[in-house]
Design a binder for this molecule. Structure first.
Ligand code: CMP
Length: 145
């Protein structure tokens, strides 16, 4: 079925945006929203709240706040799993062994600096899309809560 997911090009892969968009097209996904943003530490901690107590959390925060990233809404048949498959295994070194064509194998550095992010399920996709692309329907005029 047709799904929407959040795709992120992390700061280490920003200059590879051309190659990554080509791979997205080749996988029959459509980019329906996109923006470039630099996250504050607090925004990054909110986004990755489920990892707060992990040993790699501080490294992850340091990395994802180190420069601009590109957030995209990707749409297509089985978009959640198709995008995660394109990314490959979380650890870039594992990706180079197990999925050498994947984006993390091609553009990632290690377990933390891994070129991209993808929502892991439909529910997290909805939450993560709302984080980067808040819905504006049902809200009052600007300046009201
Ligand atoms: P991502 O798919 O964005 O989800 C959480 C991120 O934390 C992950 O990609 C990596 O950037 C980082 N990460 C996950 N696991 C580890 C780990 N074991 N060691 C270091 N960083 C990790």
């Amino acid at each position: 079925k047709t799904e929407r997911t959040l795709g992120v090009i992390k700061p280490d892969a920003l200059l590879k945006v051309g190659d990554i968009i080509q791979s997205i097209y080749d996988a029959n996904l459509t980019i329906t929203k996109a923006k470039m943003v630099t996250l504050s530490w607090k925004q990054a901690a909110d986004f990755y709240t489920e990892h707060q107590s992990k040993p790699f959390f501080n490294n992850l925060m340091q990395f994802v706040t180190s420069g601009p990233l590109i957030a995209m809404e990707l749409m297509g048949e089985e978009a959640v799993s198709v995008w995660r498959k394109l990314l490959g295994p979380t650890d870039s070194d594992a990706a180079r062994k197990e999925a050498p064509e994947s984006l993390r194998a091609r553009f990632g550095t290690d377990g933390t600096r891994n070129a991209g992010h993808g929502s892991d399920a439909l529910a997290s996709a909805a939450r993560e899309l709302e984080f980067f692309f808040p819905s504006t329907t049902g809200r009052g005029p600007p300046g009201t809560a």
